[in-house]
Design a protein around this ligand. Structure first.
Ligand code: AMP
Length: 134
């Protein structure tokens, strides 16, 4: 069985990609809570983050930290907030959300950006991520 997020990481379903390596993939949440809301996933399928083994859990969080550094450069904010829920999609994903105040995060209030805006946001984060590798 292949999850929707596995298909996204494999490029079989389109996404607004912001970063990737051989074990991880990061893309914009399609129903963002804030501008620049990113999901970071392992390519390997696992439903629950705390069932990852130590090496995979550590690698995922280190990759998410690199993505968060790119997000905070691309999207002006006070902090990049982190959340893990997994109530909707049974494939581990870390939410990264640039915020300026606690009240910025409300999962019952989704924003909407045009495809062009989503592409521009993803490109801005990807540019900062790619710059880190230099
Ligand atoms: P949760 O599993 O509760 O952490 O929430 C799943 C998140 O995945 C939600 O914020 C959705 O908006 C997001 N999501 C679901 N399908 C897609 C998709 N095809 N592309 C991007 N984000 C998605």
């Amino acid at each position: 069985m292949s999850t929707i997020f596995s298909k996204i990481a494999a490029g079989e379903i389109p996404s607004y990609r912001v970063a990737a390596d051989d074990r991880h993939y990061a893309f914009l949440d399609i129903n963002p809570v804030v501008r620049g809301h990113v999901l970071v996933i392992p390519r390997k399928e696992e439903d629950y983050i705390f069932n990852l083994d130590e090496a995979d859990y550590t690698a995922l969080n280190l990759f998410a930290r690199r993505v968060a550094k790119a997000v905070e450069k691309a999207i002006p904010c006070k902090r990049v907030a982190v959340a893990v829920m997994g109530m909707e999609v049974p494939h581990v994903h870390i939410h990264l959300m640039p915020i300026n105040a606690e009240g910025d995060i409300r999962f019952d209030r989704k924003l909407s950006f045009s495809p062009d805006e989503m592409q521009a946001i993803a490109a801005a984060i990807a540019k900062e991520f790619d710059a880190q590798a230099d």
